[in-house]
Design a protein around this ligand. Structure first.
Ligand code: F6R
Length: 609
C-alpha cells in the first residue's frame, strides 16, 4: 500500500479530483477511494487501513465521465468484488457496452466509463473461468475486453483469484513498466516508481502487459507475443522534488537557466555548426520543405508563435502556427513538402496527438518538440527534438516553455544551415547569444523580489491586461494565461498595435496593464511604437507595469513600475521577458492563498479531446 501511495504522490500532478487504491488481500480485493486530493485518501487509509498486501493498484483521477465523487473515483470493482480496475482516458463506446451489459443483468454503481470496462472484463473473466481458470485468465479477459473497447485508455486490473498479477493495457494513453528485482511496477510515467528502479520498458500501441514479481510478459490485443523497448531512466528522484522551494512551480521557474542550457547542450560542435543528427530525417527531404506548420495547445502554442518570428526570419520558410484542435477540423493544406512541428511538454496532449496523426496521414514530415522521453507524440512522429527541461510537475508550464523556444530556435538555425539561408558566422553568433541566456535568466531570478512585492500588492486586482509587439505579443499572451490559470484573475494579452482597434476601451482609471517593451537597440520603430502605446494607455488612467531592457531610460517617464531585464537580441528576448511574468503570476496567486502547483479545473496532461 505504501508503495502505491508513494507512486500516487509523485503522479498526483496528472489528475487530482479523487484517488483510490485496491489491493489483493487473501481471497478478496479491498479498496479505499475518496474524492478530492490525495490527502483525503491518506486520511481515509489512516482511519480504515488496508491489510498488508503484495499486489495493488492506485489511481488519481481527472474526471471525464461522471463528476469527481467518491463513487466515481477509481478503482472500480466487478465480478462480485473480485476484480478491480483503474483507467485513464475515455472509452468512446461505453454507452453501447453498458446497455448490452445491463441487458445481461449486470448492475452499475457509478456513472463512469471505467466501470463499464471493469464489468465487461468481469463478464469475460467469468465466461473463461467457467471453462477452467488458470494464471492466464485475467490476461485473456483483458484481451477480450480491449477488443471491444473504442477510444483512448490505459487499463490496469487485479483479480482476487490471480493474487500475484497485475494486467495492464494501453491504447493512445501512457503506460510504462518498471523492472525491479523480485518486484515489478506499472505507471503512467516513470516518476511513479523511480524510487525503486531506473529500468523501464516503454509499451507500444495496443499492447497488454502482465506483471508478476519476477516476470513481465507483453502481448498485443489479439494475444500474439509482442515486445516493448527497455531504457534506463536518467532522472533522479531528487530532480522530481521541490529543492526547498515552497512549490514545484517556483522551483521550476528557478530551474530555467538549467533547462535552457541543457536544451542547448550537445547540439552544436566547437565550430558552431549545428549537429541535430538525432532528427534522423533525410537532409534532402528537409531541404525540400516549403511550408512549416507548428501545432500545439496553450503555452506550447505560444512557444510556437515566438518560434514563427525566428524561423521565418532565419529560414525564409512560410510558417503557420495553429492550435492543434483547430487544425484538425478545417481541412488544412499539408503535403509531403510541409514540415509539421508539434510542440508538447507532456507528449500526451490528445489534441496535438490527433493533429500529428492527421498531418502524417496527409504525407507531411512530422517532427515533435517534446519534453517527455518515450511519450506518445514523439513516438508517432517521424522525428523528435527533445527539450531537456527535466520533469515539469507544476501544472502551469514554465521551464518547458523556455526550453521549447530554445529547441525550436535550434531547429530554425539548423534548417537555415542546411538550406544556406544564413552564413555560418551568423549562426555561430546566434548560438553564442543563446549560450549567454542562462546566466541572464539567473540574473532576473536573483532580482525577483521587486516583481514579487508588486504582485503581492495587486492581490485584489479584478483584471490585468498584457501588451506586446512582435515576439513580445506571444509573451504577453503567455503572461496573461499564467495569471488566469494560477490567480483566477481575468487577464488578456493583446498585440500592442491592436489596442486602438478596440481593447483600449477597456482602459479606465487604475486598470493594471503590463507592457513588454522591445529593445531600443533593435529596430527603432518597434520600440518607439510601444512607447507611444504606453503613453496612450497612461493618458487614460492605466497603471502601467513595464518590462524593459536595461538602459532603456525612455520608458521610465511613462511607467508606474519598471522591471529591467538584461540586454539581448530582439529574437531572444522572450527567453528573458517571460520570466518576470511567471514570477508575477506565481507570487500573486500564492499571496491569495492558491495552490499554484495544482490550479483548479486543470490537469498537467490533457489526454482527452
Ligand atoms: C499552461 C499549460 C498548458 C499546456 C497545454 C499543452 O500553463 O501548461 O496550456 O501548455 O495544455 O500541454 P503540452 O505541452 O503537454 O502538450
Amino acid at each position: 500500500m505504501d508503495v502505491v501511495l508513494e507512486g500516487l504522490r509523485r503522479l498526483e500532478y496528472r489528475g487530482y479530483d479523487s484517488a483510490g487504491i485496491a489491493v489483493v488481500a487473501g481471497e478478496s480485493i479491498q479498496s479505499r477511494k475518496k474524492s478530492g486530493k490525495l490527502a483525503n485518501l491518506v486520511n481515509e487509509l489512516a482511519a480504515r487501513p488496508l491489510p498488508d498486501a503484495l499486489t495493488g493498484i492506485g489511481h488519481t483521477r481527472w474526471a471525464t465521465h461522471g463528476g469527481p465523487t467518491d463513487v466515481n473515483a477509481h478503482p472500480h470493482l466487478a465480478d462480485g468484488g473480485k476484480l478491480a480496475v483503474i483507467h485513464n482516458g475515455i472509452i468512446e463506446n461505453f454507452a453501447e457496452l453498458k446497455a448490452a451489459l445491463l441487458a445481461k443483468g449486470h448492475t452499475f454503481t457509478s456513472e463512469t466509463d471505467t466501470e463499464v470496462a471493469a464489468v465487461l472484463m468481469g463478464d469475460f473473466y467469468r465466461a473463461r473461468a467457467a471453462k477452467g481458470a488458470d494464471e492466464n485468465t485475467l490476461t485473456n479477459a483483458m484481451s477480450d475486453a480491449c477488443q471491444q473497447l473504442e477510444g483512448a485508455f490505459t487499463l490496469l486490473a487485479i483479480h482476487a483469484e490471480n493474487p500475484n498479477t497485475v494486467v495492464a493495457a494501453r491504447r493512445n494513453s501512457p503506460l510504462v513498466v518498471g523492472l525491479g528485482d523480485g518486484e515489478n511496477f506499472l505507471g503512467s510515467d516513470v516518476s511513479g516508481f523511480i524510487d525503486y528502479t531506473r529500468r523501464a520498458v516503454e509499451l507500444g500501441q495496443d499492447q497488454i502487459v502482465t506483471i508478476t514479481p519476477d516476470n513481465v510478459e507483453i502481448i498485443d490485443f489479439a494475444g500474439n507475443p509482442a515486445a516493448g523497448k527497455e531504457y534506463l531512466v536518467d532522472w533522479d528522484a531528487a530532480a522530481a522534488e521541490k529543492d526547498g522551494f515552497p512549490s514545484f512551480m517556483e522551483k521550476e521557474i528557478h530551474d530555467q537557466p538549467d533547462a535552457v542550457a541543457a536544451t542547448l547542450l550537445g547540439r552544436s560542435d566547437i565550430n558552431g555548426r549545428l549537429t541535430l543528427d538525432e532528427l534522423r530525417i533525410d537532409p534532402e527531404r528537409l531541404k525540400s520543405v516549403n511550408k512549416i506548420m507548428v501545432l500545439a495547445c496553450g503555452t506550447s502554442a505560444y512557444a510556437g508563435q515566438v518560434a514563427k518570428y525566428a524561423i521565418e526570419r532565419w529560414c525564409r520558410i512560410p510558417t503557420e502556427v495553429e492550435l492543434s484542435h483547430e487544425f484538425r477540423y478545417r481541412d488544412p493544406i499539408v503535403d509531403a513538402n510541409t514540415l509539421v512541428v508539434s510542440i508538447s511538454q507532456s507528449g500526451e496532449t490528445m489534441d496535438t496527438l490527433m493533429a500529428v496523426r492527421y498531418a502524417r496521414e496527409q504525407g507531411a514530415i512530422t517532427l515533435a518538440v517534446c519534453n517527455t522521453n518515450g511519450s506518445t507524440i514523439p513516438r508517432e512522429s517521424d522525428a523528435v527534438l527533445y527539450t531537456h527541461a527535466g520533469p515539469e510537475i507544476a501544472v502551469a508550464s514554465t521551464k518547458a516553455f523556455l526550453a521549447q523556444i530554445t529547441a525550436t530556435y535550434l531547429l530554425g538555425l539548423y534548417l537555415a544551415q542546411l538550406r544556406g539561408n544564413m552564413f555560418h558566422g551568423e549562426i555561430k553568433d546566434v548560438l553564442a547569444d543563446l549560450g549567454k541566456i542562462p546566466a541572464k535568466i539567473a540574473k532576473i531570478l536573483a532580482n525577483a523580489e521587486q516583481i514579487k512585492e508588486l504582485a503581492r500588492s495587486m492581490a485584489d486586482a479584478k483584471s490585468v491586461l498584457f501588451l506586446g509587439r512582435h515576439v513580445g505579443f506571444p509573451v504577453a499572451m503567455e503572461g496573461a494565461l499564467k495569471l488566469k490559470e494560477l490567480a483566477y484573475i481575468h487577464a488578456e494579452g493583446f498585440a500592442a498595435g491592436e489596442l486602438k482597434h478596440g481593447p483600449i476601451a477597456l482602459i479606465e482609471e487604475g486598470q493594471p496593464v503590463v507592457v513588454v517593451v522591445p529593445s531600443p537597440r533593435g529596430r527603432d520603430s518597434l520600440h518607439a511604437k510601444v512607447v507611444s502605446n504606453i503613453q496612450e494607455i497612461r493618458a487614460r488612467g492605466a497603471n502601467t507595469i513595464v518590462i524593459a531592457e536595461e538602459g532603456d531610460e525612455a520608458v521610465r517617464a511613462y511607467a508606474e513600475h519598471v522591471f529591467y531585464i538584461p540586454e539581448s537580441p530582439v529574437l531572444l528576448a522572450p527567453l528573458l521577458t517571460t520570466v518576470p511574468l511567471q514570477i508575477f503570476a506565481c507570487e500573486l496567486a500564492t499571496s491569495k492563498g492558491y495552490d499554484v502547483d495544482q490550479p483548479r479545473n486543470l490537469a498537467k496532461s490533457v489526454t482527452v479531446e
